[in-house]
Design a protein around this ligand. Sequence first.
Ligand SMILES: [Zn+2]
Length: 694
Amino acid sequence: MSRYLISLLLWLPALAAAAVQPPVIHHELRVEADPDTAMLRVTDELLPSDRKETLEFLLHENLEPRLLSPGGRLVRGERVKAAVPARRWRLELDDPGAPIRLAYTGRIHHPPEAGALHATPGTVSAEGIQLSASTLWYPWIPGHLVTFRLHLSLPDGWHGISQGKPSDNDRSWEEAQPQDDIYLVAGPYHRYEKRFGKLRAMVWLRQPDEALAQRYLEATGSYVDLYSRLVGPYPYAKFALVENFWESGYGMPSFTLLGPTVIRLPFILHSSYPHEILHNWWGNSVYVDYDSGNWSEGLTSYLADHLLRERRGGGAAYRRDVLLKYANWVKGGNDTPLVRFRGRHGEASQAAGYGRMLMFMHMLRLELGDEAFVEGLRHFYRENRFRITGFDDLRTAFEAASGRKLGVLFDQWTQRTGAPALVLEAVKVEAGEHGYRLTGSLRQTQEEAPFRLRAPLYVQLEKEPEPRLHWLTLEGRRLEFELVLEKRPLRLRLDPLFDLFRRLAPAEIPSSLGALFAAEQIHVILPGSAPGPRRDAYRTLAEAWKRRYPQVRILTDSELDRLPKEGAVWVLGLENRFAGQVWQPLGKERVRLSDETVVLAGNRHPLEGTSLVVTRRATVPLGLLVLGDAKRAASLARRLPHYGKYSYLLFDAEGKNRAKGQWPAGGGALEVVLDPSAPAMTVPDHPPLARLAR
Ligand SMILES: [Zn+2]
């Protein structure tokens, strides 16, 4: 989930360069909103910290401002292209120290657009109100941060929510620390609150639901506590979960706005929700200088999504999925360096922008050690709260905490695109008088220039329970290494815990639905001989995919002599003459299909009513999809792209997911087996970072 509507904010000129911190302007806003007519009536008393004779601002075009205070003039400027129709205004003041009072009234109505990505730059409607800087509902002055007090006049039964702390029965909100936006969300809400020390945890729901509210209040208390101990004190008086009136996942300073379905998904409470809470440290109090690249999404993902998975023992698996997404989606020149990453706008930019930064933070942690890494985060937070920051500020903080120069590392991972691809070569063992001499070479095979890397090589020795770790420092394209070992080496594996940002070796990549959806060309092959209604169901599904992925080409099995040799191939239906070519080579231990049952990854399921997906990597990615029920076509078409990392899936007659998983993958060119009778290597993951929360 993302910072609130970044794509819309990017219409506006950047706030300020990272080095020079912007002046702050205070707004004393009195707001009256009429949801039935979408009318907004506002008076604003402005108090700029840098008193100047002229002040330029942008305002929504429907809001025609009047100057109420004496001793100045408002000059109407040109129309401006922004997320809403807007106009530039210039305020000329006789006495720059005198109070400035403006009043404006107008209709703000931009209902959320239908479609997969609902969004509005701001609206006043009977369903609810949502206003932000994108709406230009208050005089937006380029290059300023803001503080504010907001006095609300809303219909009976409505509540308004903003940053900071409420008073007067939530009819006013106040934030005295510099903000980069003023949000106003309002609607017919039910309010819940619980105090955890100084923190006010709040939940605002559109329908009463005590149990749901309690779960969120408790989670708020526990995650705010975790991150306060790990990073530094929570920067706001409250944190609120606010139910939106359409499906969204936005994180604003001191609250999050989640859609009605999202809120009720049980896993959100411990995945997206802590992510949004952590944004109060990264992005919503230490602000991002988007012009120099967005560091906040990757860092937040590392310390929320990754940290929580790592705490449950899933760190390496999580990192592998990050690399898998990069391998699937980033290719053919669609990579973005971090200094040019602003926000997610699709799978490729997410894999590059979130994935690379997350892995960079992980590599930095391993390089500096957990204590210095966490100290660097604390330093960064302490020194930069309510300031606009870039990668240089982050580097400075880690340098201060570690006493090391990190310019080379930061340049490499923030300014470059691409990723190293690694192979282990020419590995040999010689037995000698005092033990064993192991030699070999590690090479970077990517087209781009070599990366500077510290690569973890694990060596399993005879009669030792765990492999030994040797760090190999790679400065150029190739490194010849030599290890002297007292016991006989059995196996070698480079980076088995996925600690490096790199291109996975082909053998490390299990086949997945994601690889099929990410292909430049997707052939979807219908079963010509299936009975009418089933054939229609498969066609419905194929056409739904074609609307989502323009690279889909729909064919029928009878038109083809053999499977296409380019792109990716979805074979639909067990009746399809190519079905066997997808599942049979996977082997009986993975999948076995008979007339009545399917045995998938060792578990037997009835075939009746069951929908099934299996994938395989041949010359091109292959997938077989079997619909158990024609009625499931539309819903599966929508759901399957969300299961991108899986190799196989099984849904029961009710459409419930009953099995999902990845086929086991090997190490390929990163693994060397010196003794084939040696057992598989088990590498324990790093001790979790969360243990350093004090
Ligand atoms: Zn985020």
